[in-house]
Unconditional design. Structure first.
Length: 106
């Protein structure tokens, strides 16, 4: 159980120092790699105007589900749990479609 708490602790630190505090803000580390990353967010273009935003909480929820199928270290489970909870607390956590930001630079 202490490993889960350790993972939760690191997820809190990560949330405080690297993730935005409010919706619409960019994370501290914000690489852009066309066509999947835009300012550190996973944005997958559908067309010139619309894209799908894969929120980080979806990725960590997937890791949590995966932990029932395969072995995942408890510290990773704790980290994933913390970032899942942090992610669903955003006001726009269920907004999956967004403007295609990649199209601005093309």
């Amino acid at each position: 159980m202490e490993y889960i708490y350790t993972g939760l602790f690191f997820s809190i630190l990560y949330s405080i120092y690297f993730l935005p505090k409010n919706k619409g803000e960019c994370p501290l580390i914000k690489p852009t790699i066309y066509p999947f990353l835009y300012n550190g967010m996973i944005i997958i273009p559908i067309n010139k105007k619309i894209a799908i935003h894969i929120h980080h909480w979806l990725i960590y929820l997937f890791i949590l589900f995966l932990s029932f199928i395969i072995y995942i270290p408890k510290v990773i489970i704790g980290f994933s749990l913390g970032l899942f909870i942090q992610g669903i607390l955003y006001e726009d956590c269920f907004q999956l479609f967004c403007y295609n930001f990649h199209n601005q630079s093309r």
